[in-house]
Design a protein around this ligand. Sequence first.
Ligand SMILES: Cc1ncc(COP(=O)(O)O)c(C=O)c1O
Length: 358
Amino acid sequence: MPRPLIATIDIAALRHNFGIAKTATPHARAWAVVKANAYGHGLARGLRGFADADGLALIEVEGAVRLRELGWTKPILLLEGFFEPADLSVVMEHQLTVAVHSKEQIDMLAATKFPAPVDVYLKMNSGMNRLGFVPADFPAAYARLRALTGIGTVTLMTHFANADDAYHPRLSVDEQMQRFARGSAGISAPRCLSNSAAVLEHAHGAQDWTRPGIMLYGSSPGAKTAQDYGLLPAMHLHSQLIGIQTVPAGETVGYGSAYTAIKPTRVGIVACGYADGYPRHAPSGTPVLVDGLRTTLIGRVSMDMLAVDLSPIPHAQVGSRVTLWGDRLPIDEVAYAAGTIGYELMCALAPRVAVIER
Ligand SMILES: Cc1ncc(COP(=O)(O)O)c(C=O)c1O
């Protein structure tokens, strides 16, 4: 008898959300970002959901190989590029496009003989201060790359720190775009800047290629809700009540006795815990649906279970359906209550959770 905890992945929602990205930036080609196992949705499902994408982008070299094995013939971009010289034989064999963000990577390319040209995304650090060449060093890095034999198209890329916050006081999208424009002035090459938030909030800045990720999975990347952007949730996490306790006033619930019943309370025990990917730090008050009705988490999340207040759902019984996120309970709302972001919840979905498709 399997545990009743099931993640449902909606392939049509993935397709729909990709369509929203395309509609927002119709003149750009789009990489669908499928790193971290397609943000927890499964690489094979991402491949089907984003069949219309111009390419798939990810971090994991072995994930790229898997995409080829699954039959993806369009471009694949490694967003962090390669890590050691041995990766370059995989890059060649599977015709991968690689981000190049460091002098060390250019050294490795210079020391390799390529039977066919390798396409490169040269990354500028325009203020994120994570990966890439600073604007002052960018033209020299480009010139060095271009001078190598075996390099195909070089696309210029950068990544925004605050595309989700149009008015960020420290580093705006416009400031990063200006730095990028200055650092790449005079270089005639395609450009790729926009993540999801930039696609939706700064569509005017989309250049030759975009790189949307989170929006494709139905989570909001910006100030508006996913629904306001027209996005559909692609991951639904459902379980059931597997126990009910009637807790007298003054008694506590769960580890650490972190929750005290102030009145006699029917408490539902849900088959879902932090070993399934539900955030342990979600506090009492985090929204949960039981039989489609809204209630809240109470007490500490355990490894395999969590507790909910059944006061608003007196008819609830063992076997009642529980929605942790998805249908009528946006993942962003749960993430917000837990002090995190939808990305983290999706990516944390544990391998032991059964996954079905709709
Ligand atoms: C380089 C790069 N491009 C694109 C993305 C997609 O970003 P988002 O999921 O916010 O759309 C990411 C994700 O972090 C990234 O690291």
